[in-house]
Write a new protein. Structure first.
Length: 354
């Protein structure tokens, strides 16, 4: 791990600089998933995009503590500059891992970029998380993209052949569409498609999407079933490095917390993620503490794209999050709240070593 001491002190002590960023490269997408939180009727949001010059400047201001960036959208591979943006983060920051949330439709582009980055940066872990909600035509029809299921599976199969520092997994988001078929979906992916790394997500109220209250109990039950199937079959990330071992253990802890919170939201751990260890960058330059809290940290344009300067102006927001015992079911925030918690930190580190 680069800058191990600085990163450890930030996570364990100060908790006031970004360790991970969720970077929305674009709001545009080739799919139209009913559970998506993006408002595709908002023409302004659809055209938002930071310039390469701005992103280059921002990444140079990042500091020595950044560990991970997660590219998302929309569909991040629709961004024509995605490879250049990857290079900026890899050359200008101290990241140890890069994460891509994708629907897997653009197989040729994904594999081309994955091959090049894997060879050019052998010490960085590249994870490609491919979203699949159902099997076959049910998935493709739900997302309104012809043959999307076949393309997604093809992307997964080609990614796992690339190299040791490339990880691919399938993420299943449990929602009212698939609650009755979770076991069938799991068996198809695991037994027939030979997918050996699966992540469970659960829908949440965000943006234009609201959970169907009548389905909430069924969604929680299906989420638990999927989690149990994943863990009992050991379908997590390849555990041949410290980071993967630690993250796999973190996932187990997080699943338990989310299962306990989905139907009965309540405070469990202090949130050090929002405005502290984690931030979300949107295509227009807005920065938020997380995807679900409607409190903007600022806009990068107003800070000449110096993200740490923007971060330093948000102690009041960090205090508000702490004082109000802010809590949610946002997986990315939970990840860093668990990683930074004295309750879990030692055990996670030990799991990574052993």
């Amino acid at each position: 791990m680069k800058n191990f001491l600085q990163k450890s002190l930030n996570i364990g002590v100060s908790k006031n600089k970004p360790v991970s960023l969720i970077h929305f490269l674009t709001n545009q997408c080739n799919a139209r998933c009913p559970h998506c939180f993006i408002d595709f009727d908002d023409e302004t949001a659809q055209s938002d995009k930071l310039s390469l010059e701005s992103i280059n400047k921002m990444t140079k201001s990042m500091g020595p503590q950044l560990m991970n960036v997660n590219f998302t959208g929309g569909e991040p591979f629709l961004d024509t500059d995605i490879e250049t943006i990857c290079e900026y983060y890899l050359k200008n920051t101290s990241i140890d891992s890069m994460f891509f949330s994708t629907n897997g439709a653009m197989t040729s582009k994904i594999i081309k970029i994955a091959n090049r980055l894997s060879k050019a940066y052998p010490k960085v872990i590249f994870t490609y998380s491919i979203s699949i909600d159902h099997i076959g035509d049910k998935h493709s029809d739900y997302r309104r993209v012809k043959k999307l299921y076949e393309k997604a599976i093809d992307s997964y199969r080609k990614l796992i052949e690339i190299g040791k520092n490339v990880q691919a997994n399938v993420t299943v988001t449990v929602c009212d569409f698939n609650v009755d078929d979770i076991e069938e979906i799991f068996n198809e992916l695991y037994i027939n498609e030979k997918v050996h790394s699966i992540t469970a997500n659960v829908v949440r109220n965000e943006g234009v999407y609201l959970i169907n209250k009548d389905k909430a109990s069924a969604i929680n039950h299906a989420y638990k079933k999927l989690v149990d199937l994943i863990l009992s079959n050991d379908l997590q990330y390849k555990n041949d490095n410290f980071l993967a071992k630690m993250m796999n253990e973190k996932e187990k802890v997080m699943y338990n917390y989310l299962l306990d919170n989905f139907l009965n939201p309540h405070y469990v751990l202090p949130c050090h993620a929002g405005a502290g260890l984690l931030g979300v960058i949107y295509p227009n330059g807005d920065v938020y503490p997380c995807e679900v809290l409607d409190k903007k940290m600022g806009n990068l344009n107003d800070f000449d794209f110096n993200i740490l300067e923007l971060w330093a102006k948000n102690q009041e927001l960090r205090n508000w999050i702490k004082d109000t015992k802010c809590h949610c079911t946002y997986e990315c925030a939970w990840s860093y709240n668990i990683l930074s918690s004295p309750k879990h930190m030692g055990k996670l580190a030990l799991k990574g070593i052993l």
